[in-house]
Design a protein around this ligand. Structure first.
Ligand SMILES: Nc1nc2c(ncn2[C@@H]2O[C@H](COP(=O)(O)OP(=O)(O)OP(=O)(O)O)[C@@H](O)[C@H]2O)c(=O)[nH]1
Ligand SMILES: [Mg+2]
Length: 329
């Protein structure tokens, strides 16, 4: 028996993606449960929602000691992608995060100002990208959980301080520490097979503090130490245009696309795109909207660049950036 869910259900369901903590998630799930029409066709869905709510409630009631311990070492992914920011002490990681997001991290001219991983959301056009501030990596300090966070990330920003007399020194120390954990930084263009994505991390190298007096000559000297394919990006918290440029580069680094869902007969909502890895198919989109769509999808109509507008496509269609999709079941 079909579920025949009302449009409000799918509207509400979008809020799940935006929920920032278990409490918010519980509240959205409870709303969804209230919206679901109560009949035989929705019994399974009702049960699933109830199980999710119960699980979240149990988790949030666990002893604070346990919760604090795990929370300190894990950063739950939210938004269009998770980018972990690494570098030596004082390289300017927290300052950059402060400049790119609404977060207000501690900043200081002494090492280890940052002690714990701390996520912040960077708005980019109509999406949000998660940046994770980290304590520094040094010869003597590179914790297990730092490596785990790097391995789990979608991409890495490596912040170098090019106001230092020998910026390459810190860079080489950092690479050696990463190598101990078999982590290899690679430029965006490098092809990384699926099974190696945990250890070969797409990285943007930032030449930070480009406002400083020796920046230009230090930038030239640092290039000699970089693997081919890496082009350090000059940035400074005091030069707005470098930050604007950086935002775009972070988006490009993630290699994602934005797709808009359209309800037949209605206008498209450009404010709230679905975000997918490049190469995702129409089926991935259907699954993201709802599993009912995934099972019963017949075809979709597409509006987008280089297309006949309203063109029909089938399940295996590979989505393109800025496609507008109308799913038909
Ligand atoms: N001139 C200049 N100074 C900067 C820039 N960005 C950061 N700084 C300074 O560099 C120092 C360190 O900045 P933080 O942002 O705390 O550096 P961090 O990498 O987070 O340091 P840790 O948390 O200790 O690893 C501070 O004194 C900042 O004011 C920049 O673009 N230009
Ligand atoms: Mg810091």
């Amino acid at each position: 028996m079909p579920a025949n869910l009302p449009p409000q259900y799918f509207e509400k369901e979008k809020e799940l993606k935006k929920a920032k903590n278990p409490q918010e998630r519980i509240s959205v799930l409870e709303d969804l449960l209230a919206i679901v029409p109560k009949h035989k066709g929705t019994e399974k869905l009702q049960a699933q929602l109830k199980t999710k709510i119960a699980k979240l409630k149990t988790e949030s009631q666990k002893s604070p000691a346990v919760a604090r311990h795990t929370a300190a070492f894990q950063v739950e992914k939210t938004g269009a992608g998770q980018v972990v920011v690494i570098g030596s002490p004082n390289s300017g990681k927290s300052s950059l995060i402060k400049a790119l997001t609404n977060a207000n991290p501690d900043i200081g001219d002494y090492p280890f100002t940052t002690r714990l991983p701390s996520p912040a959301m960077m708005p980019y056009e109509n999406i949000q990208i998660q940046l994770v501030d980290m304590p520094p990596i040094t010869q003597d300090y590179f914790e297990f959980w730092q490596a785990e966070l790097i391995k789990a990330a979608d991409a890495i920003l490596l912040v170098l301080d090019i106001s230092l007399p020998e910026p390459a020194e810190d860079f080489l120390t950092l690479l050696a520490k990463l190598e101990e954990k078999r982590i290899d930084l690679v430029p965006k263009e490098r092809e990384v097979p699926q099974e190696k994505q945990q250890f070969m991390k797409k990285t943007l190298i930032l030449a930070n503090k480009t406002d400083s007096p020796r920046a230009e000559e230090n930038l030239t000297s640092i290039k000699e130490f970089l693997d081919p394919g890496f082009e350090p990006v000059p940035v400074s918290i005091f030069e707005e245009h470098t930050l604007t440029d950086l935002k775009t580069r972070i988006y490009v680094l993630l290699d994602v696309i934005r797709v808009y869902s359209k309800i037949p007969g209605k206008k498209v909502d450009h404010e709230d795109p679905y975000v997918f890895k490049r190469g995702s198919s129409l089926m991935d989109m259907a699954k993201a909207v709802h599993k009912d769509f995934a099972q019963r999808l017949k075809y979709a109509r597409i509006w987008g660049k280089n297309k006949y507008q309203g063109q029909k496509v089938t399940r295996s269609y590979i989505l393109e950036d800025e496609d507008i999709i109308e799913l038909h079941i």
